[in-house]
Design a protein around this ligand. Structure first.
Ligand SMILES: [Zn+2]
Length: 226
């Protein structure tokens, strides 16, 4: 530091910086927000290669880099995967603290959507909680057209289970193919999930390797039962 600065109070300038700007959301995000605004529908996009449904949708698959064009409607309800509470008020938050942010996996989607969790009527959010989108009456074509996600009430929850067609169908198909219940989940998982599973317990890794070398289905069955 220069000598002449010693003991000097720093000069502080206080100003507001205004940055008005326009931002083109692009084709994919535009359709996503237009569907929410005009039809109250939440759309995802499926990767033909990975069979992963991304919500919010994206133009390119982050796993296999395929270009994505296959739009699918997902449910307005989903499962709360995780959450956090915001306690400090800052200008960047769209709500008044304290409030909750959550990651919601909508029915039919394979990825989580970040949004606020509200209308909790005094209860704490919990992981695994069924939640549903609350759409604003007047919508503008942005993420806040969904006001927040609120807990699903019992009757609505019963109705929504019927709508959760996609994951069930998938499981049934897998069942028919493989004929064994316990393996379906492992088989149906995406490549990425497989990798994570391999990394976890060392025993599984052995299982995976031996499955490749030898032939298999009955063998693995006995191993697992042990
Ligand atoms: Zn992909």
């Amino acid at each position: 530091m220069d000598e002449w600065l010693e003991g000097l109070e720093p000069v502080v300038l206080r100003q507001d910086l205004k940055v008005p700007y326009r931002y083109s959301m692009g084709a994919t995000a535009s359709r996503f927000f237009a569907e929410i605004r005009d039809n109250g529908k939440i759309m995802g996009i499926r990767c033909p290669q990975c069979d992963v449904v991304f919500v919010p949708p994206r133009t390119t698959c982050g796993r296999c880099f395929s270009q994505l064009h296959e739009w699918v409607e997902v449910g307005n309800q989903g499962t709360l995967e995780t959450y956090t509470q915001v306690r400090y008020q800052t200008a960047v938050h769209p709500a008044v603290a304290p409030f909750y942010y959550g990651i919601i996996k909508l029915d039919g989607a394979d990825t989580g959507l970040a949004h606020m969790v509200g209308d909790l009527k005094g209860q704490e959010p919990r992981i695994g909680m069924r939640v549903q989108a609350v759409f604003k009456g007047e919508r503008k074509g942005n993420m806040l057209d969904i006001q927040h996600f609120k807990p699903v009430e019992e009757e609505e929850a019963a109705g929504s289970r019927v709508q959760r067609a996609r994951p069930k169908k998938k499981v049934q198909k897998a069942k028919r193919r493989k004929g064994e219940k316990s393996r379906i989940k492992v088989k149906a998982k995406k490549t990425l999930k497989k990798k994570t599973a391999k990394r976890k317990p060392p025993k599984r890794v052995k299982g995976v390797e031996s499955r490749r070398k030898k032939a298999p289905a009955p063998r693995r069955k006995t191993k697992r039962k042990k």
